[in-house]
Ligand binder design. Structure first.
Ligand code: BES
Ligand code: MN
Ligand code: MN
Length: 462
């Protein structure tokens, strides 16, 4: 092991400069304008895996963005770890809120990252975390210390719902056969409080349209008599939650698993300071479902959120108009046992039902995915725990994450393989938002920790 760690120490500058090159390619999957850049990024990933020592690396075209697959098989009798990650990123908008351009990475210090952090879209989610695996793999190969087989599945559509990955997995079961899936696309509690993610929420995402009069109207001539779709949309959305913060869609909670008091107690043992949380966000009060702590509200309870809303005049100055249409993008985070498709149907039915006669509504489902929980009594969990303990000098705390990686549930369904989620970001790294960054400490700590996971896992599987 010391050979790997020595190798890592003497290659730090290159590990960083290569990541910065990776971050310079704008791999925005949501916007077709970036399709060529997304492809260039896939090629970058393929080349970096080959350079690191993969025996084979391929780009698989899909109806959407390409999937990169690579492997190094040292002995078919040894266990196989499949590393999953995504090279696509969220759109960087709104651009004017970035302190430096999103695809021109810079390293700057922050209070939580005194050693410096890389500011760029994708630095934490997930290019920086994917590249930790590439560099850890390179070190293990270069020092002849790779203890098992490795496969890489790095996709380009995670941020848009992994639309083509399920088909790819179904069509390539033999190629993807493995003993465990390792993902670094989540966070730790703090740089001195390591944690492992043992659960993720599911998602149901929809777009709604409220249609009123057949054209935009003068708000003075018609206002007062004609239902305003923007106001009606607001009322409809406001009615989706009651005073206690509970979602009012009939049947919404039917399948939610209630945790035992002992399990809730365990969850709330994770360090959490409400005042620091509110201060960081610039809010005076949190506003969640009554009867649950912030930790619970953001992990084991389902939610309803408006992601965006528009309609009528939103340009400069004022325009007196009663708009013909209003829109919103809404999403619900789901917990284990809730089914995304069922929730989408329940929402649609309810939304159509609560619409007043003065408007028509149209509901269009986007993507969705199921929640996941990962067991903590497996070789992979123990190996990840030991690996983090080795490098952080502290046992990691198991936490249920609030975000979603729908492919985790799919891997279990299609490949019948469990996942271990060993991410290294911080929740405050601004993923999906302006000034996304990733700590140098976190990047290097990840590269240092991953080889230990491989070593411990392979030893346990012997
Ligand atoms: N890496 C995130 C998910 C995440 C972040 C999990 C932090 C736990 C902690 C992932 O890239 C992501 O953003 N997923 C989307 C879901 C997808 C279907 C668009 C999400 O959670 O919104
Ligand atoms: Mn991610
Ligand atoms: Mn993301």
């Amino acid at each position: 092991m010391s050979a790997v760690q020595d190798y890592l120490k003497s290659n730090k500058e290159r590990q960083l400069s290569e990541l910065l090159d990776f971050l310079r390619i704008p791999s925005v999957s949501a916007d077709p304008k970036f399709a060529k850049d997304v492809r260039r990024t896939a090629e970058f990933v393929k080349k970096s895996l080959l350079d690191a020592g993969a025996g084979k690396a391929e780009i698989h075209d899909t109806p959407g963005h390409p999937i990169v697959y690579a492997e190094k098989i040292i002995d078919p009798k040894k266990p196989t770890v499949l590393v999953y990650g995504h090279y696509d990123v969220q759109p960087p908008d709104p651009l004017e809120l970035w302190d430096s351009p999103p695809f021109e990475p810079v390293v700057k210090k922050t209070p939580l990252h005194p050693a410096g952090a890389i500011f760029a879209r994708g630095s934490c989610d997930d290019k920086g975390q994917v590249y930790m695996h590439v560099k850890a793999f390179e070190a293990m190969v270069a020092t002849d210390s790779l203890p098992c087989n490795v496969k890489f599945l790095i996709e380009g559509e995670e941020e848009v719902g992994s639309k083509n990955l399920e088909n790819f997995c179904r069509a390539n079961q033999a190629k993807l056969a493995c003993d465990v899936i390792l993902i670094s696309d989540t966070s730790i509690i703090a740089n001195n409080v390591p944690s492992l993610t043992v659960g993720l929420r599911g998602l149901s995402y929809l777009e709604v349209e409220v249609i009123g009069p057949n054209r935009d109207l003068h708000s003075g001539v018609y206002g007062g008599a004609v239902g305003n779709p923007a106001s009606i949309l607001c009322e409809m959305i406001a009615s989706m939650k009651d005073k206690k913060g509970r979602i009012t869609i009939p049947g919404f909670y039917d399948d939610v698993v209630k945790l035992k008091p002992s399990e809730r107690k365990e969850l709330n043992k994770a360090p959490f300071k409400l005042n620091a949380y509110m201060k960081d966000l610039g809010i005076k009060e949190t506003k969640g479902e009554e009867g649950y702590t912030v930790i619970e509200q953001t992990s084991i309870r389902p939610t309803f959120e408006v992601n965006g809303m528009w309609g009528g005049y939103i340009g400069e100055g004022a325009k007196t108009v009663l708009p013909s249409k209003a829109y919103a993008k809404v999403s619900m985070r789901l917990v284990p046992n809730q089914k995304s498709e069922k929730i989408t149907k329940l929402f649609t039915k309810h939304f159509e039902k609560i619409a007043p006669k003065s408007v028509k509504v149209k509901v269009t489902p986007h993507h969705g995915g199921e929640a996941a929980v990962t067991p903590t009594d497996t070789a992979e969990y123990l190996a990840a725990m030991q690996a983090m303990k080795t490098t952080f000098k502290k046992n990691p705390i198991p936490v249920r994450g609030g975000g979603s990686i729908p492919i985790v549930a799919l891997f279990e369904k299609v490949l019948k393989v469990k996942t271990v989620m060993m991410g290294f970001g911080l929740d405050s790294d601004n993923i999906h938002s302006p000034n996304e960054h990733y700590g140098l400490f976190n990047y290097y700590k990840g590269i240092e920790t991953i080889p230990y996971f491989f070593e411990y896992y392979s030893a346990m599987k012997k």
